[in-house]
Design a protein around this ligand. Structure first.
Ligand code: ADP
Length: 494
């Protein structure tokens, strides 16, 4: 099958979160399964042109207000199979993408011209196929920045009929986070180049605004999200971000497929960022060495006895940081003050939270933080912690809890979305389980559950050891998930 991924992020070129990992890992696995896969992403300012191969000639892209011209660069995606590499095509347009930031920057968190930037990108995906003479059987787009691909296919390309190059192309749209929908004033609609009939027929209309994701949800042949639990939750008013009605309407075409993890990168037996590579056979030594390195890195007393609770997270409300670090320091203060633990956090995000976290770290001897994005440190936190805390408000899939399971670090998580699909709650009767879970999102529930894990650490250590091993034995490989995507693709080609 020929598959073209249209995405605003792809690891290692552009990443703000799990979306980038997913797009690249899924593409690589599909290529390993024998499919021909390409990825289209914008060439952001940070992606060095010198490392890419240019395609000859400029490419014209018809959008609202005329034609925009851009260049195209290509590269083989690192990690893809040498005999069937995933080809990444970079859409290079100085005015739209030659700036710092993918969606925005600290001063302008959502660039004002984002509707124009991503309309252009989505439209360019089709021109890219024409330019290269390579037409996919399936267009797979991701989140609102490429959701217009589904709309253009249905309302621009397919109406060309049999003479159009995309007459037989099917499309899938994956929702990675329903909280981000690309909602803008209607006055931006002109930049899509689509008529006002399409505005209403494709479902852009959203309380007199333009909602790009919503139009994509109506236009794609099939919809997916990144875990079965989240698929169900998004159909409810509580978690549907007011698109639950649309998702219920499209229920027959909407499913959840759990993301896998990249086991070449997130694997304690191969990890170059940790002091000693380890597996189940040398787990105790591997974890002990990593824990020591982590404590050293964060300037904490070196103690094997005191459990380290780690976090790697975006500091945003979705991740439960309001309850953890919110007014009066939420539960973090109580956890650090009342429990014999060490807490380390690596993260960046909303300024209020960065401030709060730093202020807390300056007051507590057993809490340390690092504000910023550090790939290497994120591996060390996963490996060196004894527990991994993820009190998410909602979690479409979540990668970090799967990483922590793979690294023998039982996660402490809220029972929601992908966390509910991947973690099994500790059963105190039988000792079974892979982590600790709670339902309520409240400071009390977070500290109670951390307290439960810490109690088990000090009183039932053999159970914790068994829990580590149970987590490490879980299969979160991409192969399993990629096969489900192939089934989904085949169902829309039929
Ligand atoms: P989300 O995509 O909602 O942020 P996920 O758990 O699905 O959450 O994926 C987050 C990804 O981003 C993981 O690969 C995680 O390690 C990484 N990450 C998040 N914050 C940081 C950070 N400050 N430094 C390094 N990696 C980070």
């Amino acid at each position: 099958m020929k598959i073209l991924m249209a995405s605003s992020e792809a690891h290692p070129y552009a990443k703000t979160g799990g979306l980038a990992d997913m797009v690249s890992a899924l593409s690589i696995t599909l290529a390993k399964l024998g499919h021909e896969v390409r990825i289209a992403i914008p060439r952001y300012y940070g992606i060095d042109r010198d490392s890419l191969a240019p395609l000859e000639g400029a490419m014209g892209v018809p959008v609202g207000g005329g034609e925009e011209w851009c260049a195209v660069y290509t590269a083989d995606l690192p990690g893809s199979p040498p005999k069937n590499p995933v080809r990444v095509c970079f859409i290079d347009h100085e005015k739209f993408f030659g700036r710092d930031g993918i969606y925005g920057n600290p001063w302008e968190p959502d660039f004002l011209d984002n509707p124009r930037r991503f309309s252009f990108f989505s439209r360019a995906v089709f021109q890219l196929c024409r330019k290269t003479g390579w037409f996919p059987d399936l267009l797979h787009s991701h989140d609102w920045p490429s959701a217009l691909v589904n709309v253009y296919l249905k309302f621009w390309e397919r109406p060309l009929g049999e003479r159009g190059e995309f007459a037989k192309t099917a499309s899938v749209l994956t929702v990675h986070n329903l909280g981000y929908q690309g909602v803008y004033g209607k006055d931006n609609y002109g930049c899509t180049g689509l008529g006002w009939d399409v505005f209403y027929n494709a479902g852009f209309e959203d309380w007199d605004m333009m909602n790009i994701l919503k139009a994509g949800l109506y236009s794609a042949d099939k919809l997916s999200t990144v875990s079965p639990h989240y698929a169900e939750e998004t159909k409810t008013q509580a978690q549907g971000f007011h698109l639950d009605g649309v998702l219920r309407y499209r229920s027959a075409d909407y499913s959840g497929i759990l993301n896998g993890i990249d086991t070449a990168v997130w694997n304690p037996a191969k990890d170059a960022y940790i002091p000693l590579k380890y597996g189940i056979s040398n787990l105790a030594e591997g974890k002990a060495r990593a824990k020591k390195a982590l404590q050293k890195e964060f300037g904490l007393p070196l103690s094997a006895e005191v459990p380290v609770i780690g976090m790697v997270t975006r500091l945003t409300g979705q991740k439960g940081v309001g309850e953890l670090f919110g007014p009066g320091y939420g539960s973090a203060w109580a956890i650090c003050r009342d429990m014999k633990i060490q807490l380390v956090l690596l993260g960046s995000g909303e300024p209020w939270c960065e401030n709060e976290v730093q202020s807390l770290a300056s007051r507590l001897p057993n809490f340390r933080c690092r504000i910023g994005y550090r790939e290497d440190l994120s591996h060390l936190v996963e490996a060196g912690s004894d527990f991994f805390l993820m009190p998410s408000r909602y979690e479409p899939c979540g990668l970090n809890q799967m990483y922590s399971l793979a690294y023998g670090t039982p996660p402490i998580v809220r029972n929601t979305g992908g966390l509910a699909d991947t973690v099994e709650n500790y059963n105190q009767e039988t000792g079974e389980g892979t982590g600790f879970m709670f339902d309520d999102l409240s400071p009390q529930a977070i500290s109670d559950t951390v307290g439960w894990a810490v109690w088990a650490w000090y009183n039932q250590r053999p159970r914790i050891e068994a829990m580590r091993v149970a987590g490490m034995k879980k299969d979160f490989s991409w192969e399993k998930s990629a096969k489900k995507y192939v089934e989904l693709y085949q169902s829309c080609l039929r």
